[in-house]
Structures are given as structure tokens and as C-alpha cells.
Design a binder for this molecule. Structure first.
Ligand SMILES: *Cc1c(COP(=O)(O)O)cnc(C)c1O
Length: 289
């Protein structure tokens, strides 16, 4: 890595990728209070949604297995002859996979559709795509409490995090000190991500922004320089990244630092959101990584 110290910034990383082997990063944070709530309600099964390479599907299958829930995954798209590594793992962990064509999948947030799911899968605790809901945000807030305990003398900081469904970023925005800033790095192409995050907020907050120019062409899109960067990052830090979220974040953040974007003396706290299971799926799809 280039010497960021020369730019006067201190970069800290919260290694949530180390939380658990299978339920990593923000997916652990987002599932925690949902699973407690499912248990409290006496639910025996979890129902959720995702694509064939989804970290959320993978984590929900693993967590269901560990904590004694049946799991049902409603998967976007047709069943392929060969399961993706993610779905292969989920199925082995006991998740029942049900495939929805893309038109049906698009209705996943509609009340009518959810009412039908309640009929088709009675007594299931429904977790939205990506695991993002109010209880997820409560779990994300614990990241901040832990960091504040570990860094009692910290300065007002910029918290950096990847953005998919926006739930993790929203959880940070709601829970950081008002003197902190939250900086999101979108993995998706499009300006709608601001609104997606705002939809999870309870009021207006001024201290956040999302970089929308580091997606490499769109969700799960990539270029060789992204992979090179990740390999270089790993060689110098021994911290593994994946190309869907954390790789893109660090690539863009590195540019910002080298461009002198941050004032001298700035402290940055980057949340490593895990997702390393995705590496296998990435190699499976693209043969690199
Ligand atoms: C799901 C995920 C994200 C995005 O989190 P959202 O709360 O959906 O924005 C970021 N990083 C990793 C590794 C993820 O699995």
C-alpha cells in the first residue's frame, strides 16, 4: 500500500469479517436481532430472498442451521443445472431453495405478494432481501458502541462502509455521534442509492454522502485493476477483500486519500463487512480473483 500516513490520515479498520466463519460482517449484525425476535415470536422457520451469489442467503442458511431454524430461500431467477457455490452451501446447510422468475421476484416488497407468502409458508419469520429492516439497524449500531469502547480517545471520524441495500449505512448514520461523518461507497450503478439509504432513516441527517462512481460498471461488475488492487492490498496488509463490496470501497477510498481529499489529521474508520464467501462465487463465474 502507498504510505497514507504521508497524507496525514489515520485509517482504522473494524474487522467484522472475523465475526464468524460463515455469518460474516454486516450480515451477522443484521441477523442478530431478527433471530432473537423470531425466537421470541416462537417462529420455527425463516423465509428470505436473494440472488444466487447472495451473502445474505449464505449467512441466513448458516445462522438458521446454528440456531435451530428451518430456512427457506426465495431465489431470483431460474434454477440452473449446476448450483452456484453459495446456493450449494445454503442447500447443504438445510435451506430449502425456491426459484422465482424475475418478474415475480420484483414483487418481493409488495403487500399482496407478502400476504401470499404468508399463506404458502405459514408461520415463517420473513426477513427482507439483504436482511435490512429496523432490527437490522439496531444490530449495526453495536459496531459503533464497540469501536467507541475500543477507541475512547478517538477524534470525530469518518465512517466508511459499502452500500448494497443501504441498511448498514443507515444504521451507522442513525447511531454515530453528530460530529462524525458517514461515507458510503456504492456497489450499484445509479443515483437511487441516496434515496434507498434515506428510506431507512427516521429523520434528516446532514452528515452523510455516498460515492456513486466506484461501482466498476454495476453490481458484481469488475475490471482487472480491481482484482490487482485487492491482491496488492492483501499482500501488504494480509486483510482479504472481496470484489463485490469491500474491494470497490477500498479502491475508491485509496484514490480519495491519494488525491488529498481528506484533511491532515483525519481519522477514518472503515467497516469490513465480510462477504468473503463471495470469492468462491466470483471465481466460479469469472475464473479470476
Ligand atoms: C450485504 C453486504 C453489504 C451491503 O450492505 P447493505 O446493508 O445491504 O447496504 C456490504 N458488504 C458486504 C460484504 C455485504 O455482504
Amino acid at each position: 500500500m502507498p504510505k497514507w500516513g504521508a497524507f496525514g490520515v489515520q485509517v482504522f479498520i473494524k474487522r467484522d469479517d472475523l465475526l464468524h466463519q460463515y455469518v460474516q460482517g454486516n450480515k451477522w449484525r443484521k441477523l442478530k436481532y431478527n433471530l432473537l425476535e423470531a425466537k421470541r415470536l416462537g417462529k420455527k422457520r425463516l423465509l428470505t430472498f436473494g440472488g444466487a451469489f447472495s451473502n445474505h442467503i449464505y449467512s441466513t442458511a448458516a445462522a438458521g442451521r446454528m440456531f435451530g431454524f428451518e430456512t427457506i430461500g426465495l431465489i431470483r431467477g431460474d434454477k440452473l443445472d449446476e448450483l452456484s457455490p453459495t446456493l450449494d452451501f445454503a442447500q447443504a446447510a438445510g435451506m430449502r431453495l425456491v426459484y422465482l422468475d424475475r418478474t415475480t421476484y420484483r414483487q418481493r416488497k409488495e403487500p399482496d405478494f407478502l400476504a401470499q407468502m404468508a399463506v404458502d409458508y405459514p408461520d415463517a419469520y420473513v426477513i427482507p432481501e439483504g436482511g435490512s429492516n429496523a432490527l437490522a439497524l439496531k444490530g449495526v449500531a453495536e459496531i459503533i458502541a464497540e469501536v467507541d469502547e475500543q477507541m475512547p480517545n478517538r477524534l470525530p471520524m469518518t465512517w466508511c462502509v459499502g452500500v448494497g441495500s443501504g441498511g448498514t449505512m443507515a444504521g451507522l448514520i442513525r447511531a454515530v455521534k453528530s460530529t462524525d461523518r458517514v461515507m458510503g461507497f456504492s456497489s450499484l450503478k445509479g443515483d437511487f442509492v441516496d434515496e434507498m439509504v434515506a428510506d431507512f432513516l427516521d429523520k434528516e441527517y446532514a452528515n452523510w454522502q455516498i460515492w456513486k462512481d466506484g461501482h466498476f460498471g454495476g453490481f458484481a461488475k469488475w475490471k482487472p485493476e480491481l482484482i490487482d488492487f485487492m491482491n496488492h492490498f492483501y499482500a501488504s496488509t494480509k486483510i482479504p477483500l472481496e470484489p463485490i463490496y469491500n474491494g470497490k470501497l477500498w479502491y475508491r477510498l485509496n484514490d480519495l486519500i491519494l488525491d488529498g481529499y481528506f484533511e491532515k489529521g483525519s481519522q477514518l474508520l472503515v467497516v469490513h463487512t465480510g462477504g468473503l464467501q463471495g470469492m468462491e462465487g466470483f471465481r466460479y463465474r469469472f475464473g479470476v480473483g
